[in-house]
Structure formats: C-alpha cells, structure tokens
Ligand binder design. Sequence first.
Ligand code: URA
Length: 263
Amino acid sequence: MEVRLQKAIAAAGVASRRKAEELIRQGRVTINGRVATEMGLKVDPVHDHVKVDGSHLKPAAPKAYVMLNKPGGVLTTLEGPGEEGRLTVRQFLRGIKPRVVPVGRLDYDTEGLLLLTNDGALAQRLLHPRYHVPKTYLVKVSGVLDDAQIRTLESGVRLEDGLTRPAQVRKVRKTEENSWIELTISEGRTHQVKRMLQAVGHPVLKLKRLRFGPLKLGNLPIGEYRFLTDPEIHRLKTVAAKSSPSIPSPSPSRVRVGGRLAS
Ligand code: URA
C-alpha cells in the first residue's frame, strides 16, 4: 500500500513527520536510488527502497492490540520478575511478537482488563486526561454504602489532588459486612478508586476492571490474553478520535504509557 514518504519515514521510527519533511527537503532521502526532494511523493514501504542518509528504513512493526485479564498480585510492568521476585504482566504475554506496552496501569492487587499495544499514538490519546475515557470497576468495599455516600461518589469526591469528576455508580449487591458496586470513572488518577472509596469511609477490599472505553473484559479467563477484534480496534480509535479537534496532541512528558499512571 502506498503512503506519503514522510509518513513512511515516521512509521519506521526514524523521525517525526515534521522532521521527516526536513530530511526530504535537505536531500537526505532517496527512493530507489534517486534523491527525493519533492513533498507529497508516495512510496510502497514494502517494495520501494527508501533510504535516509544512506540507511534503509526498517519496515514498521505491525500494530498489535491485546487485552489481558490481569490477575491480582501482578505488577503492571514489562520488566520482570519485579522487586522481590514478584510476578509482572510480562509473564502473561508469552507468544506475542510485537513489543506491546500497557496503556496505563492497574495496581499490584487489582485484577481485570489491561490493554496493551505498540500503537503509541493511540495509547497516548486514550490516557490523555482530556479525553475522559470511561473505565468501569467492580469494587468490593468494607461495610455498606448508604445513599448519601453513593451520591457523593456520583457528584465528586474531594481528594487531596482535587475534586473528582462525576462518576456513575451501580449497586450490585451487599451483605451485612460488605458491598459490591460498579463504579465508572472518567479520569486516571493514581489509586483513584481506592482513594474515592476511602474518602467516603469504605476501604476497598477487591478491585477488578471490567471495561475500558468501548472494551469489555467479558469472560476472558484470568491470566489470559487475546488480540482485539477489528471492530474493537475500530471502536477504540473512534473514541480516541472523537474529541480530537479541540485537544492539543498529548505531550509524551505528561502522559506515560505503561508508567506509574493508574487509570
Ligand atoms: N483505581 C485504583 O485505585 N486502583 C487501580 O488499580 C485502578 C484504579
């Protein structure tokens, strides 16, 4: 498939698109042995020989999108094994060739849906605070939440880093000692769910992420992964594209992919 020359250079990880245009203008790019200084030329990265400063472009790795049902007691990092021999998600990703990285982070003891991808641009958009991608958690808390506490969760909880955005709560069940709720938040602050529930007086006992944007964990067994289907990838990209016109491109220094950013 033909793509613009600057896009092919950027996809190969040599330079940003803007920098690639500079390289072209400076006559440092050749296509099949000929210097290409014209903007807007198209190449087929598989068949054309594109070189920058005399070196061949490496073909771009195919994009991969993976959903893991992360077990509790596993660190969201690709290093591994973690501190004190703790398990990391890397141990659960055997057989995936492209180097996919976690989109955000789940706490060590949190289970559930973790998205991993090598599509850095999509990951940055999904994590950008201004996109407000909704995430739904099944939360088991100590004690029984009353209606006033649920209203507080829904309208906004004052945490040390400010008021949380409105959340949705669905009561699932309760016993005399514990309650289970589904909580949907649209931010990604560190330990946010645990801090929200702590603030209303009900410490979290168990946490599982059920949904991330349009993705549903469904019945994926714990500790297993699967590749996303094409419609799922399409829906994910639609979410990330939706509010884009008013949003500046996320700066890598503010959004960490697979870093210490809980969501
Ligand atoms: N909120 C938390 O408190 N922990 C997580 O792992 C995810 C969201």
